[in-house]
Design a protein around this ligand. Sequence first.
Ligand code: BGC
Length: 717
Amino acid sequence: MKAKELLKSLTLEEKIGQLVQPYGKSLLRADPETGAPMRDPLGITDEELPLIGSVLDNSICDGATGELKHFRDNLKGKVPLIAMHDVIHGCDTIFPIALGLACSFEPELMKECSYISGEEAKAHNILVAFGPMTDLVRDARWGRVMETTGEDPLVNAQMAVATVEGFHQAGVAACVKHFAAYGLVESGRDYNPVQIGERALREYFLPSYKAAIDAGADMIMTSYNTINDIPATGNRWLMKDILRDEWGFDGIIISDSGAVKEMIPHGFAKDQKEAACYAANATVDLDMSSTCYLRHLKELVEEGKVDESFVDEACLRILKLKERLGVLDNPVKYETYEDTKKAILKPEYIASAQKCAEKSAVLLKNEGVLPLSDKVKKIALIGPFADTEEILGNWICFGPKHYGKGVIKTVREAVEARVPGCEIVTVPACTWALDDETTDFAEAVAAAKDADAVVLCIGEHQLHSAEGNSRVNIGLPKGQMELARQVCAANPNTAALLFCGRPLTIVELHDICPSILCMWQPGTAGGTAAARLLFGDVNPSGKLTMTWPRAVGQCPLYYNQTRTGRPCWGMEVQKKRSMTSNYIDEFTYPLYNFGHGLSYTKFEYTDAALSADSMKAGDTLTLSVKVKNTGDREGQEVVQLYIRDMVGSVVRPIKELKNYKKITLAPGEETVVEFKITEEMLRFWRADMTFGSEAGDFTAMVGTAANGVTQHPFVLE
Ligand code: BGC
């Protein structure tokens, strides 16, 4: 085996070099385009250069500059470099953000997106994708919710598996992240601490990472946060005891970017050497964007503080990955920009991105304005997102860098193409800046009054979510809200097309605007998808995988909370009561529940019934329900099964999603949807920290959203 042979030939320094991953820029001594000298942020010396085993930076792998070839040719190291990169919702062809795509409730689509993104990444000589990002999230203030698939352990696990499968199908390795519980950062503020009991960690947060590992994820990335006051990157209990020993993970653990050295500002390690010592002893193989390993691991081995066998094992893991991906034979898969260009942005990729954008959209509210008739004579497109390409999302990898003209259509361009005979008036009216407080909307109001229908294109800019973009105010900026007020008052035939990277608090918009269609940040084909949805060429079918709060003060808010001893029944009954677990100035229930999403048609649920009212371990109960399309157009519905364990040795959630089925029904068509209920589905981390079920009372629930279910009691004997 090449990797093993190669390992034997390496010196300790060379092995350690394989455990170091700087940005590609750190290796560039001169700007590839201008030739100007470049400063290396990490200070890697010319002597150290040939030791480096991998890079994180698209600039050096970009087919346009051929820089990877440059490195292969110029580095004198024995082991070829491998390039890794974030591929979150697309590479060149940009798909909707993950929080949007999850709303399709179609893991197959996530797989398709990852496959295509993987193929495109490969075309840039990136052979490891830093995804799936599978952190479970509950707090819309956190900017990174856009990268995740939401608040539910089942959905997250399925989407994580699909992502791994898609990357693998493309021949690209997958790196699940961020281990662990990064989505629980306090106050929704990025990089903040995480405090969590072991039961909740195992019950809700760990399953999606585990599912990705079980699906064959090649790597896992540590998270920036502390967990119960120990930085994840130096947390031996998480990395060694749980990940390696309990789960049997033998792949590569990579630190998040700079996370090893960040143990110093955390106040956990006194210097880089101690940080390296913690990370190595937690079995973190790869040090991303720091020189802690490069500069200190050798000394730590010589002093006996880190076992040399760790370096051997870590290096072998990396060499094996390189061998598996063919890097040891040929690190450069695409030699020229021409080769790269042929492999990206294929028409079928853009078509897939369009389908994904259509299936991600969630119709939050509809009082008749949508779909628009294509017979209308005059449409006003109003708002800062009416005619901009900046609706791609924040993790755009190469994004538009290699696009020719016209690849992206703005909403205006797409609507114009869809209704060529219609007069379209476009008024941006204000900017998307968070501090835009424009109040004079005379032009927009005049256009609205004069139009048969108005589409308000408003929301959150793509730069206002993702890493480092936490927000305390998650409503519409003042200017855009005032615009909505004036436009909705001017023309009642107004629909809002909402662009966002997180759930927004939009109670007022909900109250004044008859129809609201959430597009998220829909990617390359988002404009076209929006036009097709607006005119009913496709029927919205997305369902939320993250709760939309009414007010930011409700965060964290999620459907599978446990109940207090003084419930105000706020999740189900819309009432404020004192001396219960409520707020005196806001309801406890959300604006839009988990699982919510409307359609241009209507679905009626009847005859829900359980096959029996008790079961033993080994039995299967069937919950069936009749679903009928009572409207006049075809539509898709996600039928959802929830279960509540009524009494447990620990307090159990109000409900937990246990399964779902997405069905397509023609007008007037009905079908019976059946869900199997087994004892395995009733297991949880019990009071004694064993995983299993407990006999007793349960309630199965079926319906169209977390708040729209019928209840069916049964007993596990
Ligand atoms: C992010 C990771 C990402 C890494 C490399 C970090 O700042 O937290 O998600 O993979 O950068 O780009």
